[in-house]
Design a protein around this ligand. Structure first.
Ligand code: PLP
Length: 381
């Protein structure tokens, strides 16, 4: 079976883990945590980085320091992994689900912009925070949100869990990496992400005060002075030194991972074009990192569930994309702006094997299997 996505752990991972064990530093204090934070901040171009026990924990803390709280509204992408939205619920705030644009599959930020301006004019509640998700390795259009920040003081949190290394290549943000353009960025090092620490996350920001408040919340809000004195409800969200050791080893190979992802995408683009599908998004103003190469099958040909099963029979592991958040039980009554594009992406979307270690031969196997499956009339809807 050609797996959908699996990590490459053949760098310094075991060497650094041995170092942790030999030194006795295995928990949330240790040299790897600090080193990982410093070098990660440098790699993405942020001033500060705070390591967390997961991407979801990073989002929870980032949203809280950004001002998400009971009674507040947080705008978020409708088409995303549910962790993006659960983190809003943890703060007690309400989610406003915003549909995708069809070009990048990311939040339709123009639409949100117009809606916020209208809400302000009509005296309706406006979001305190906008959590924009860069899905599947492609940056979202941020300019409309930066305008909202300037006009209404809305804080921008970027969920960059899937898009480490992606950047804008034109416009106001040209040269900036995702996770560094809003007020706070969040990343995930889960096993399936661009790089892994076995489980972990990172908060990035240029704002020293936000970084300090985030760090404080991840360490049980314990004050540096006094004995077990805590000034608010904090969390045990620090990354362990063991996890940071793996993260550090992976970070050393991040450039190679990103090169591999882009080469994989280029080959899929070259080989898939004759098929009845739309290839992975790549806007002219973006340099995507292609975390998980995903396509939209044309409307008519086939039922995507059947395609996944048929590909599995040909030893290719593919997977459908997420149902829109507005379909998930906890969020069925959430406020939303549109949702039809998210529905369409869900209905027709298919992710293809994208491990950094996949070979061109294996990619050909994937393409041939997909060609065979899509030409088989029995899969038609
Ligand atoms: C993976 C992911 C998260 C959560 O990260 P974890 O490390 O698994 O907690 C959040 N948002 C998005 C978009 C993700 O893909």
């Amino acid at each position: 079976m050609i797996p959908l996505i699996e990590p490459a752990l053949d760098g310094n991972e075991s060497h650094y883990l041995q170092e942790c064990i030999a030194s006795g530093y295995v928990s949330s204090v240790g040299p790897f945590v600090e080193r990982f934070e410093r070098q990660f901040a440098e790699a993405v171009g942020a001033r500060h980085a705070v390591a967390c026990s997961s991407g979801t924990a990073a989002l929870h803390v980032a949203l809280r320091v950004a001002g998400a709280a009971p009674g507040q509204l947080v705008a978020v992408s409708d088409f995303t992994f549910i962790a993006s939205v659960n983190a809003i619920s943890y703060t007690g705030a309400d989610a406003l689900l915003v549909d995708s644009e069809s070009t990048t599959w990311n939040m339709d930020t123009e639409r949100l912009h117009d809606d916020v301006v209208r809400r302000a004019r009509d005296g309706e509640q406006i979001p305190a925070v906008i959590e924009v998700v860069h899905v599947l390795g492609h940056p979202a259009q941020l300019e409309p949100l930066l305008d909202l920040r300037d006009r209404f003081g809305i804080t921008i949190v970027e969920d960059a869990a899937e898009s480490l290394g992606a950047s804008w290549s034109a416009g106001q943000l040209a040269g900036r990496q995702v996770g560094t353009a809003g007020d706070i960025g969040c990343f995930s090092f889960n096993g399936n992400k661009i790089m892994t620490s076995g489980g972990g996350g990172m908060i990035t920001t240029d704002d020293a005060d936000l970084a300090a408040r985030a760090r404080h919340l991840t360490t049980q809000a314990k004050l540096a002075t006094g004995h077990y004195v805590h000034d608010t409800v904090g969390y045990n969200y620090r990354l362990s030194n063991l996890a940071a050791a793996v993260g550090q080893a992976q970070l050393e190979r991040l450039d190679a991972f990103l090169d591999a992802k882009r080469a994989i995408a280029e080959r899929y683009d070259d080989w898939l074009w004759p098929l009845p599908l739309t290839p992975a998004p790549a806007a002219s103003w973006a340099d995507p990192s292609y975390w998980l190469y995903s396509v939209l099958l044309d409307d008519e040909p086939v039922d995507v569930d059947h395609v996944v099963v048929a590909l599995a029979e040909l030893d290719v592991q593919a997977r459908r994309l997420w149902p829109p958040i507005h379909r998930q039980a906890p969020y069925r009554s959430a406020e939303r702006l549109g949702g039809r594009t998210a529905e369409h992406i869900y209905r027709n979307g298919l992710s293809l094997p994208s491990s950094v270690s996949i070979t061109p031969d294996e990619q050909l196997t994937v393409v041939n299997a997909l060609t065979k499956t899509l030409s088989d009339a029995s899969f038609r809807r």
